[in-house]
Write a new protein. Structure first.
Length: 296
């Protein structure tokens, strides 16, 4: 498949070769429509995605059209019933959901293992059929459990899924969340703990979702942490700190430098915008966030 740049170059050469005035109006309109359908031309170092839940007021089909115009490749945290709309607009789902028992009930509790394994094994073939290779999962809350016991329990449950994950070429991505502000008592709340779990499982089919917003709240030192633990990270989320709003000059993180650090690790996956727009135009806020992260 030709890249957007190549296809645009072909259109430009055809127009230039014929002379714009020499082309029938219907043809020039067709070229313009085709160019618009390709979406915005981004720089290509970051694969851009967005989490739909932050834009709940916008119907998915409308949102997909707007994301295509911005140049996004993916809308994520969507389940099987929503995937066909993404495909209609040439978008993927970089991190699907649709399995599990929610954030608070995860793999750290052995009582959940049978239900979780069943849930994920049911979605694996659906992911493969859709051409998707990841799915989100969660540790669960501590509920008085020690971190080392929780890590062992998570490893025990997740290891049961690794043969199926290999079979269907699906990577389970466990999200790192803050337990200070948004998700009290959540266990997978430090990168070192998540990396330890990755080592215990010992499979490339299990990685971490490094949520920059959440980890800035929990531990800070974002760039150094990314450099240290990047081999365990399979996905990234953004968000402004404090407040989880726009990622511009109103907050304490400088996202261009963070994006450069991610690219410098050799990361080829997706970075998803996961901030809650606080202004009148949600799409303008999303476009601003993508532009900030779209480094040269």
């Amino acid at each position: 498949m030709k890249s957007k740049t190549n296809r645009r170059n072909v259109l430009k050469k055809m127009i230039a070769g014929a002379g714009l005035s020499a082309l029938p109006l219907s043809v020039t309109k067709a070229f313009a429509a085709s160019d618009r359908a390709l979406g915005a031309e981004l720089k290509g170092k970051i694969n851009h995605s967005v989490c739909k839940w932050c834009y709940s007021k916008i119907p998915l089909e409308t949102f997909a059209q707007e994301c295509q115009k911005i140049g996004l490749k993916s809308i994520e945290l969507l389940g099987p019933e929503e995937w066909p709309i993404l495909k209609k607009y040439g978008l993927t789902c970089a991190l699907p959901n649709g399995a599990g028992m929610g954030i608070e009930k995860g793999f750290n509790d052995p009582k959940n293992h049978d239900a979780l394994v069943k849930s994920y094994e049911e979605i694996f073939p659906k992911l493969q059929a859709a051409g998707y290779t990841t799915v989100i999962c969660f540790s669960g809350n501590r509920n008085g459990m020690s971190d080392i016991d929780g890590m062992r329990n998570c490893a025990e449950g997740l290891k049961r899924l690794m043969p199926s994950a290999e079979k269907y070429n699906v990577t389970l991505i466990m999200e790192l969340l803050n337990s200070k502000v948004n998700h009290r008592d959540y266990m997978c709340d430090h990168t070192a703990w998540g990396a330890g779990l990755c080592e215990m499982i010992g499979s490339d089919k299990f990685k971490l979702l490094y949520d920059i917003y959440h980890m800035q709240i929990m531990e800070g030192d974002v760039i150094a942490t990314i450099k240290k633990y990047h081999k365990y990270i399979g996905h990234y989320h953004t968000g402004g700190v404090p407040g989880r709003n726009e990622i511009d000059e109103t907050q304490e993180l400088y996202y261009p430098a963070i994006m450069k650090a991610i690219v410098d690790t050799g990361f080829k996956g997706f970075v998803a915008q996961e901030f809650i727009p606080s202004r009148k135009d949600d799409i303008a806020s999303l476009k601003q966030g993508v532009t900030i992260c779209d480094i040269t």
